[in-house]
Design a protein around this ligand. Structure first.
Ligand code: PLP
Length: 495
């Protein structure tokens, strides 16, 4: 394909995306295809001869779109938003077109240096400490720094490796870890990526101590954490990492970071803060409280622009206060990667900051988003999500059939169907059954998509607002569908 042909063909793809975004709200949110049906439809040998792009796009429409669940749909309210946006797509296109591989500073200085600057800018805008910046405001080099990981799961894994490196004086990377000696702490509401990190690090998932939460707020119980740390130390174990969650996956609970940090540091443990979804809200001054305690206490911190912040997957921003622990855990220098810039010590080689060697130019995508929206545009987007979620909370509170399951947080509302139309409380098991049935009814209607969790053994619906195409009308429309489905289910239950 010549450059001129590419110019023409690229317009067709952009047209396809623009049409898709314009019409996505008219499609059923959740795909209902049977397992295997997409594979069967697209299966076959690689064509011997080149095919025109029109053919490919027509097959996307015909064969793939039916098997898509539309994450950019304005009534996608499941899990957390994974926002794309026009700016992010254009930034991603730049990254693909440039096609640079930034494993070393020397393999593309702009890839490394833009990433450092963008993450310094974002750290400051989120209210993290200067200690997390590559370059301090006075221009002097910092001890910390940020890196774009593919996901928060990888960020948490690398945080644990850095914490282990520090706790073992570097022996974890040379000798491995002694079974049962090292422990990790997080609440029962922490994301499963922590368990996976423990499995991958060789600690084993049993190293993770699951700390109780308050039954209503879902925040970690600090006294229980203190007890668990004390018991482990008394038994000769070494606490390696405490993880605080800012915005739990289930209900958006924000753990007491300050108290957890003080406890972690008293025991020589690393404090990692998982703010994968909620952290970006701190761009708005009125939501800056979510990151309280991070500047003073966190050793590492992750938040995902690829969730709420309009940056097409993948883009997870991760910072460490002391990069020597992270680089110490992960650096490796085969002869074929040696180069004078690395040896000078004056550059950041991001290959030492994550498990893989090769890396994309994700920073140009994030930079495009930050510049295209500006702080005012990003704040307007975040605030719209919070306002829409407040409307959901108002609707839940005003309807006697529904009960909040936890305090709403930012764009996330957790609730359940717990009473009949007169407001008479249903037995818990019946409420569980009806809540699950209600979610199925909404999701199979094609109108909207909600997801669920369990809290203290009870089934709970999660309504996560924050999509870039979501309007107040989408919230009202979804509520109507939900309310009608509840009428029908309660009618059947009473009959
Ligand atoms: N942490 C929290 C609190 C999450 O909610 C999630 C995903 O929703 C993750 C971590 C994992 O994110 P990722 O898919 O980027 O690994």
């Amino acid at each position: 394909m010549s450059a001129e042909q590419f110019r023409t063909e690229a317009h067709k793809v952009i047209d396809w995306i623009a049409d898709y975004w314009a019409t996505v709200g008219e499609r059923p949110v959740l795909s209902t295809v049977e397992p295997g049906s997409v594979a069967e439809a697209v299966d076959g040998p690689i064509p011997d001869d080149p095919e025109p792009l029109e053919q490919v796009l027509s097959d996307v429409d015909r064969l793939l779109v039916p098997g898509l669940t539309h994450w950019q749909h304005p009534r996608f309210f499941a899990y957390f938003p994974a926002n794309s946006s026009p700016a992010a797509v254009l930034g991603d296109l730049l990254s693909s077109g440039i096609g640079a591989q930034g494993m070393l500073w020397a393999t593309s200085p702009s890839v490394s240096e833009l990433e450092q600057v963008v993450l310094d800018q974002l750290a400051r805008a989120l209210g993290l400490s200067e200690a997390f910046c590559h370059r301090r405001e006075d221009g002097s080099p910092g001890a910390g720094g940020g890196v774009i990981q593919d996901t928060a799961s990888t960020a948490t894994f690398t945080a644990l490796l850095a914490a282990l490196h520090r706790a073992t004086g570097g022996r974890a990377r040379t000798e491995g870890v002694e079974s049962g000696r090292y422990t990790v702490y997080a609440s029962s509401q922490a994301h499963s990526s922590l368990q996976k990190a423990a499995m991958m690090s060789g600690l084993g998932e049993r190293a993770v101590r699951t700390i109780d939460v308050d039954a209503w707020t879902q925040q970690l119980d600090v006294a229980a954490l203190a007890e668990a740390l004390k018991a482990d130390v008394a038994a000769g174990r070494v606490p390696v990492m405490v993880q605080a969650c800012v915005g739990t996956t289930g209900t958006g609970a924000v753990d007491p970071v300050t108290e957890m940090g003080a406890l972690a540091h008293r025991h020589g443990a690393w404090l990692h803060v998982d703010a994968a979804w909620a952290g970006v809200a701190a761009l708005c001054p009125e939501h800056a409280w979510v990151n309280a305690g991070v500047a003073e206490h966190a050793d590492s911190y992750v938040t995902n622009p690829h969730k709420w912040l309009l940056t097409t997957f993948d883009c997870s921003s991760f910072w460490v206060r002391d990069r020597s622990a992270l680089v110490g855990a992960l650096s490796i220098l085969p002869e074929y990667l040696r180069n004078p810039a690395s040896e000078s010590g004056a550059v950041v080689d991001y290959r030492d900051w994550h498990p893989q060697l090769g890396r994309r130019f994700r920073a140009v995508k994030l930079w495009t988003v930050l510049r295209s929206y500006g702080l005012s545009g990003l704040r307007a987007h975040l605030r719209a999500g919070v306002a829409q979620a407040a409307r959901v909370t108002g609707l839940v509170d005003a309807d006697p059939r529904f009960t909040p399951a936890a305090p709403p947080c930012l764009g996330l509302v957790a609730f359940r169907l717990a009473a009949d139309a007169s407001g008479a409380r249903l037995p818990d098991a019946e409420a569980d059954r009806l809540t699950a049935a209600l979610m199925t009814a909404v999701n199979t209607s094609g109108e909207a998509y909600l997801s669920h969790t369990q809290l203290s053994g009870r089934t709970v619906l999660r309504w996560a607002v924050g999509g870039w195409q979501t309007t107040a009308a989408d919230v009202e429309r979804t509520w109507q569908v939900l309310s009608d489905a509840a009428d029908e289910l309660l009618g059947h239950a009473a009959a």
